[in-house]
Design a protein around this ligand. Structure first.
Ligand SMILES: Cc1ncc(COP(=O)(O)O)c(C=O)c1O
Length: 402
């Protein structure tokens, strides 16, 4: 290293080009696909000069509120009243009343003392974990399948990252044994896992954390609006009160913005130490206006989660009967595990040719060999949409066998 001349700008650029070429050679180059329509149950995908209307099985808009007029009106009202942007970080310049109103609504909904809004759910996890880890040499113990934002939040924190086997309470116990002397231990799980749709054993994990003196953070991104009384999530359903609940308005609430709910003290800690909150401009006012209207819609139509769960159950059963590898579960996330990457891409393309948008999920989102189609059903999909998907999946399956 000592006498070698440092690489030139051109050499560094060539190296970066090689890295991109390696991604492409591995068949993993990602492209941004443009949608030329409202992001509802059916979308127009504009790709390579072609426009194609497809039934959308890719969104996390579980309750279908992205197509709700009241929710759009909530966004418009906030836009007109407070303007298009928030102009600065909240601690610097303050924030529009609609942000505080949303925080109050979310805290009341989830039964916590307070709530802090962040610009995205990704940032909510980063802010929460950085703040909880603080300055001590703590251990942050994540379920192996936790979302990238919890991994990245841990890396940004002063904590040491440990992982336990997915949903394995014995392995978590082992990690807690290993970190017995640490001045602080933080366990983080998702109540519903984003790519598998399966559920954490929350009651057992909560009990273990309490008994072993570890703090617990539960990411309810994919459970809110879907599970629990009034869509209040799996913590409410399981009677579990973690130290912090993390959520996002970008899924069932059809808007944008993340949040951290908990007691006043911890929420204030996140507001004071969570750099992803402190150093980022607050969400646009329209996002909070939309999220509040989505909470209103959920309150006024309490039957929505039940209708969704029933539709999810029926679709899951119909597809399982065709012989696909679909794990049991309750959630509207229905993973069709294929394994091989090329095969998964081919299936996604065949379904697209048949009029369905079912994204292929590949590494790094899932481990190698675990590629899958991730089908999400929403409350706005009609029985006819479901029949069409089931027929297309049957056709694809026959073609695969042939
Ligand atoms: C479990 C989980 N947590 C956090 C996030 C981040 O939320 P957002 O998209 O609002 O940044 C996501 C999704 O993207 C997620 O699936």
């Amino acid at each position: 290293m000592g006498h070698e001349p440092p690489p030139s700008w051109a050499e560094q650029r060539a190296h970066l080009r090689d890295e991109l070429a390696a991604i492409e050679a591995a068949g993993r180059l990602r492209r941004r696909v443009t949608i030329d329509s409202h992001a509802g149950r059916s979308i127009v995908v504009a790709d390579g000069g072609k426009r194609q209307r497809l039934i959308n099985w890719a969104s996390n808009d579980y309750l279908g509120l992205a197509s709700d007029l009241g929710v759009s009106n909530g966004a418009s009202k906030a836009l007109r009243r407070y303007g298009p942007g928030s102009t600065a970080a909240r601690l610097l310049a303050g924030g529009p009343r609609c942000h505080r109103r949303l925080e109050e609504r979310l805290a009341a909904w989830l039964g916590t003392e307070d709530c802090l809004l962040t610009t995205t759910g990704y940032q909510a996890n980063c802010a929460a974990l950085v703040a909880l880890a603080g300055e001590v040499e703590c251990a942050v113990i994540l379920d192996r399948l936790c979302h990238a934002s919890t991994y990245d939040g841990t890396k940004l924190s002063n904590g040491q990252l440990l992982r336990f086997k997915h949903n394995d309470v014995d392995d978590l116990t082992h990690r807690l044994d290993q970190t017995e002397g640490a001045p602080r231990r933080i366990v983080c799980v998702e109540s519903v896992y984003s790519m598998d749709g399966d559920e954490a054993p929350l009651a057992a994990i909560h009990e273990l954390c309490r008994r072993r003196g570890a703090l617990l953070v539960v990411d309810e991104a994919h459970a809110l609006g879907v599970f629990g009384p009034g869509g209040r999530g799996r913590c409410a359903e399981s009677g579990v009160k973690p130290d912090l609940i993390v959520g996002t308005c970008s899924k069932s609430l059809a808007a944008q913005g993340g949040f951290v709910c908990g007691d006043r003290e911890l929420v204030s800690l996140v507001a004071n130490l969570g750099r992803a909150f402190i150093f980022s401009t607050a969400p646009v006012p329209a996002a909070s206006g939309a999220a509040v209207a989505a909470l209103d819609a959920l309150r006024d139509r309490p039957e929505l989660p039940g209708v969704l769960m029933q539709a999810a159950h029926e679709l899951r059963m119909q597809l399982r009967r065709q012989g696909w590898n679909i794990p049991e579960g309750r959630s509207p996330i229905i993973p069709v595990i294929v394994g091989d990457e090329t095969e998964t891409l081919r299936l996604a393309q065949r379904l697209r040719d048949a009029g369905h948008w079912t994204p292929a999920i590949r590494p790094p989102t899932v481990p190698p060999g675990q590629c899958r189609l991730r089908i999400t059903i929403t409350a706005t999909h009609t029985p006819a949409d479901r029949r069409k998907l089931v027929a297309a999946m049957a056709g694809v399956r026959e073609a695969t066998k042939a």
